[in-house]
Structures are given as C-alpha cells and as structure tokens.
Ligand binder design. Structure first.
Ligand SMILES: O=C(O)CCC(=O)C(=O)O
Length: 251
C-alpha cells in the first residue's frame, strides 16, 4: 500500500479489507477497480452526441451565461436572461442544450474556458425527475435527459462494497475550476475519476471540530475515491474533468 498525501492508494480490497476502512471511517483511493468501465471512453464530443435533444438547468455566473450564449450563437437568450431564469431557493439556473454545450466545451478554446461547469446531476431516472419536479420543472420535456443519463450510468460499474440505496451523480468541468465549497453529504461516497484530474480537500469530523486544516489528495483517470459519510470534502479541477459518484445511504 502506497501513501499519497495521507490517503492510501490500493489497487483493490476484499470486502473484509474494505470493512476496516469503513469502520475506521477512513478515505482510500482505489487504482484498479474502474479500468474496465465503458465510461472511461467518454469524451466531451461523444457526450454531446449521446445527450442530443436533452436540456438541463445549470447554475451560471453572468460571464458563464454570456459564454454559453456566444457558444450556441443565441445572444437573444442573453437579452432575455431574466425571463429565462429558473429560481430555486434564491439560486438562479438557466436551461442549456447539452449537445451544443458539450460541442462548445470540446473545442477547448477561450470560449470553452469560460463555460459553466455542470455539477451534481442525478443520473438515476427517477431521482432526476424528482429533482426537476422540485424545481418546478415537471413534464415529458425532461424524458430525453432522464433516459440518456440513465443509459450513460450503465457504462459504470461501481464495486459492491456498500449496500443501501445508490444515487449516482454526474460532474463535468470544462476547464480549471477553483476549489468548491467544503461540505458534508449524508452519504458514503465512491467518486470515480472518468476523465482529467481532480484535487480533493478532505477533513474528518474530528479534524473539523479541532479546526485542523483540510488535507489534500488527487485522483486521476480510472481512480475511485472513497469518502466516508460525515467527512467534509471539496474538489478543484485541474482542467476538463468528468466524474461520476455513487452515494450510498448506509449507516
Ligand atoms: O466534484 C466536486 O466539485 C465535488 C464532488 C462532491 O462533492 C461529491 O462527490 O460529493
């Protein structure tokens, strides 16, 4: 076992070995579990093809909204930005066309560098439709998105270490992204690095309580990071990245 920035890297673990990490609530990076997954063949361009016809509400700054409108050649959308806004609990979202978005992101030019990230999107059909419904976005319009994401989630095979309901989330950054907000989720997390490289900031509940700084580790393509339930975490992206995580309810 090799230590990298305090998070051990292992090729894989037996269920019994994993249980030790689980009970000691310690993170671990698996280097040998995801390499057979079809998802590692995803590219920005082919995501655009698979998601043709699908639309998604995305949070954006003004700069990101302008970049998206320039990329899809729809400056009228920018002019109508206030009517097109979807507001949920004081957060603003705009609905983007995913094929055009991923086409623009695949150009890797200055415009792509200003596009918004697409983060935290439920891939399970029923969970996604419930999430959209809570945003006030019900209806058949969302079926192409729900079907495409459910189909894409079939390209992943997460190890069966954890039992309990599993929610899978899609995370895409078209460019460098500064560290997000440090937070906890009420789940155990297996986060798969599908493309690019992410830097993680991790803090146990005890470290948080003692005001100890978060420590870091990185994941690269094909690696899988286990973040135990209750651990504080945030990520930054070192460029264009794709991640999918599996959240398990567990105890
Ligand atoms: O990729 C990120 O920015 C954060 C990921 C995350 O919070 C998670 O996997 O729960």
């Amino acid at each position: 076992m090799e230590m990298s920035d305090r998070v051990p890297r292992v090729a894989e673990l037996s269920q019994r070995e994993f249980t030790e990490f689980f009970f000691s609530r310690s993170p671990v990076i698996f280097t040998g579990l995801m390499h057979h997954c079809q998802a590692l063949r995803w590219t920005t361009r082919n995501l655009g093809r698979v998601l043709a016809g699908a639309r998604l509400p995305v949070r954006m700054t003004d700069v990101e909204l302008r970049a998206y409108c320039e990329a899809v050649d729809d400056l009228e959308f920018l002019a109508r930005k206030d009517e097109c806004r979807v507001t949920v609990k004081d957060l603003s979202f705009w609905i983007i066309e995913l094929d055009k978005y991923f086409d623009a992101a695949s150009r890797e030019d200055d415009l792509a560098a200003r596009l918004p990230a697409v983060l935290d999107v439920p891939m399970r059909r029923a969970i996604l439709l419930r999430y959209l419904d809570i945003m006030g976005l019900g209806g058949s319009e969302w079926i192409p998105l729900a079907d495409s994401l459910e189909a894409l989630s079939g390209d992943l095979e997460f190890p069966e270490y954890l039992v309990g309901e599993r929610d899978q989330r899609f995370w895409f950054t078209p460019r460098l992204r500064a560290r997000g907000t440090i937070h906890i989720d009420g789940y155990h997390n297996l986060n798969a690095q599908i493309s690019g490289c992410k830097r993680w900031f991790l803090q146990s509940p005890a470290q948080r309580a003692a005001n100890v700084e978060a420590f870091t580790c990185s994941t690269s393509v094909g690696e899988l990071l286990y973040i135990p339930k209750g651990w504080w975490h945030a990520a930054s992206a070192e460029g264009c990245t794709i991640n999918v995580n599996a959240w398990h309810a567990g105890r």
